[in-house]
Write a protein of this length. Structure first.
Length: 301
């Protein structure tokens, strides 16, 4: 039996008449009759006895209906699932990000995503890039955000946005008295530094050493958010990624890009072998838009 045969047979068994089946299927009565005749011709047996214009199911039809009813329920479920996949309803998207991006980029993107997919669910987590790669490879996450490209053969890295390392200078500091790019040689205020294993911090320190102006940190922290908070409290100045800089309180700090420039890229990380579902792809779109909007605000500050 073909799919259309199954639908028509099931509708007739439920409705008891050709006209009732036509109403259930939203097609004409002649169309129902034609499909039924073709079905019986294909099966080489009658499914209904015709008596004075009425249909009476044969014993074979009753036995066949038991299996057809199961199949019909499966078809309904498949159609419902397909509709959910198209609309993104009832899906779970698992997103992991480094702590910096979890605070600076994700909230704005999630606002748009929740409006677009009100019935979907998202699991959010923060971790360091090494752990993020493991989560993706183990199937514990669908997508991730990082400021590092892990260069792993099983991970696909796509640039969503690009910016520059930025100095956060407390108001009243010598560095805040001027605008424009800030060279490493001009830093006088005590630094709130990042731990030595941070790749961006390591790159800045490498540039400073090449200029024979090594940077000394009075306080060392693990996250850019904490460094920003300390600068806003007047503890010192710091050098952070552009997304953290964009979220800084402009009434407390002055923002200046570093010179020479230190490029920073926001990467979308996914497994190379697993395509993203529609809801996840839409979330990627919103994440990229949020990141670029954040940087636009930074550039116009």
């Amino acid at each position: 039996m073909r799919l259309r045969h199954i639908e028509v047979f099931h509708a007739i068994m439920q409705a008891g008449t050709i006209s009732g089946a036509a109403q259930l299927l939203h097609i004409s009565q002649p169309a129902v009759t034609k499909v039924l005749q073709h079905c019986e011709l294909q099966l080489r047996m009658n499914l209904f006895d015709r008596v004075r214009g009425k249909l009476y199911p044969t014993p074979e039809a009753h036995r066949l209906f038991i299996e057809v009813d199961k199949l019909n329920r499966d078809l309904v479920g498949i159609r419902r699932l397909a509709a959910n996949l198209r609309s993104g309803e009832s899906e779970l998207v698992r997103l992991v990000a480094t702590p910096t991006l979890g605070a600076a980029v994700i909230p704005m993107a999630m606002t748009q995503w929740c409006k677009a997919f009100p019935q979907s669910h998202c699991s959010l987590a923060t971790n360091h890039t090494r752990e993020i790669v493991s989560a993706l490879l183990l199937g514990e996450a669908d997508l991730a955000l990082s400021l590092q490209d892990p260069h792993h053969p099983g991970i696909k890295a796509e640039v969503l946005a690009s910016g520059l390392m930025t100095a956060l200078c407390p108001l009243g500091s010598p560095e805040a008295a001027e605008s424009g790019p800030l060279s490493l040689e001009q830093i006088r205020t005590p630094l709130v530094g990042l731990a030595g294993d941070d790749p961006l911090a390591a790159l800045v320190h490498s540039n400073a050493e090449a200029l024979d102006t090594p940077l000394q940190s009075r306080i060392t922290v693990q996250t850019y958010q904490l460094a920003r908070a300390l600068v806003e409290a007047g503890v010192g100045m710091t050098l952070v990624d552009p997304f953290t800089a964009a979220s800084a309180d402009r009434s407390r700090v002055c923002l200046r890009p570093l010179s020479p420039a230190v490029p920073v890229q926001l990467y979308l990380l996914t497994t190379a072998s697993a395509p993203l579902a529609q809801t996840a792809r839409r979330l990627v779109k919103y994440l990229g838009e949020a990141a670029r909007k954040s940087l636009e605000g930074l550039n116009t500050a």
